[in-house]
Design a protein around this ligand. Structure first.
Ligand SMILES: N[C@@H](CCC(=O)N[C@@H](CS)C(=O)NCC(=O)O)C(=O)O
Ligand SMILES: [Fe+2]
Length: 356
């Protein structure tokens, strides 16, 4: 599994990128709006499709990048069901599972910092993303957003400390440059929630914190309740988003473009037919506007093309075009799809569109 820990220095926020590099599916936990461009670039460079963003809670200190990333990449927006937000694509409840390729995150609700907090646990329990329920040797504050120290104590004890001692815990923030901790370390050394402290002791500690009001709360709360969409933001129509972002991956990891999608979006990509000349001129014919580049010569030809420009590959039944798509991705092309079913499907659907 690919795993990247990303930082927003202005708010000391951690964002986590997790991906299956075979299926090329990724999720981002707690993206930051000001870092959306950085995150999109990393995803593009690694050839990953962002399936979903996940929020651990409605943040008070920064605006989520969820809405901006959805506009750019077509990713779904997931929030805890208890968070009270409007319009999320998915509301996550206790025990729900968010899949990316062959991996998955399990949802554990951990209210207390806010009443709508969740912790995301990787399916093999080697990692858990605690948001602000548990910080490294600390905890999220409980003095606003329906915060409740007693609930937080029970959430951490029941839902996080019940994980194996070796489970790595990744927090929503760290203000001292630390990156990761484990269940065992927090049980021993967390001065608020560990060290044998009772619920009453924790409540007393939290009541005395007297923290300053977060700097950006007045901007962050309304924006985050609205998925990170702010005044003046305009929703982009799906057709104007990156065209390839919404295509599904085949089991072998190639983007699959249905013939109807190809017909609808003609002119927005280079259409390359990788069959042999006799097939191009044969019974199935070819799509007007496609270029003939037999598979054996594709490497040589493609070296002359811009690897950032989108390409759709076609053959008879999509066996060769799938292989060609893999080859182009290995050669650094970032937007490559194979027309699923090939010319057989195109003819079966009786398509006559030119692709110019
Ligand atoms: N100084 C920061 C404080 C941010 C803050 O209050 N963070 C929350 C998480 S959203 C928290 O629980 N902090 C715990 C702590 O500072 O111990 C700001 O103004 O943004
Ligand atoms: Fe928070």
């Amino acid at each position: 599994m690919l795993f990247r820990q990303l930082f927003d220095p202005a708010t000391s926020t951690w964002t986590y990128l997790l991906a299956d590099t075979d299926a090329r599916e990724a999720v981002l936990i707690d993206p930051v709006r000001e870092q959306a461009e950085r995150d999109a670039t990393i995803l593009e460079e690694l050839g990953l499709r962002l399936v979903s963003t996940l929020e651990t809670h409605v943040h008070a200190d920064h605006v989520t990048g969820a809405w901006v990333l959805k506009q750019k990449l077509g990713s779904a927006i997931a929030y805890p069901a208890t968070s009270g937000v409007n319009g999320a694509d998915r509301l996550l409840d206790e025990g729900d599972v968010v899949r990316f390729g062959r991996y998955a995150l399990e949802v554990r609700l951990t209210p207390g910092h806010t009443d709508g907090c969740a912790t995301y646990v990787l399916d093999d329990q080697t990692k858990a993303f605690t948001g602000d329920a548990l910080l490294i040797h600390g905890s999220g504050r409980t003095d606003f957003q329906q915060g409740d120290a007693r609930r937080l104590y029970r959430s951490v004890r029941d839902q996080i400390f019940s994980l194996p001692d070796e489970t790595e815990l990744y927090p929503g923030h760290d203000y001292k440059g630390r990156t990761v901790t484990t269940v065992a370390e927090e049980k021993r050394f967390n001065p608020r929630l560990g060290m044998g402290n009772t619920e009453d002791q924790f409540v007393a500690i939290m009541a005395k914190l007297d923290l300053a009001y977060p700097r950006f709360i007045d901007r962050a709360l309304p924006a985050n309740l609205n998925l990170g969409r702010e005044a003046g933001d305009v929703d982009v129509q799906p057709a104007e988003r990156d065209l390839f972002a919404t295509l599904p991956r085949s089991p072998s990891g190639v983007l699959h473009a249905p013939p109807a999608w190809v017909a609808e979006n003609c002119g927005r990509f280079r259409l390359v037919d990788v069959r042999e000349t006799y097939e191009w001129n044969g019974d199935l014919g070819h799509i007007e506007g496609a270029e003939l580049v037999p598979l054996g010569t594709l490497g040589q030809e493609a070296a002359k093309w811009d690897p950032a420009a989108p390409v759709v590959l076609v053959c008879r039944s999509s066996g060769r075009s799938d292989r060609a798509a893999h080859a182009l991705e290995r050669a650094g092309f970032t937007r490559v799809a194979s027309m699923v079913g090939g010319m057989l499907a195109w003819r079966r659907e009786d398509r006559r569109e030119a692709c110019l």
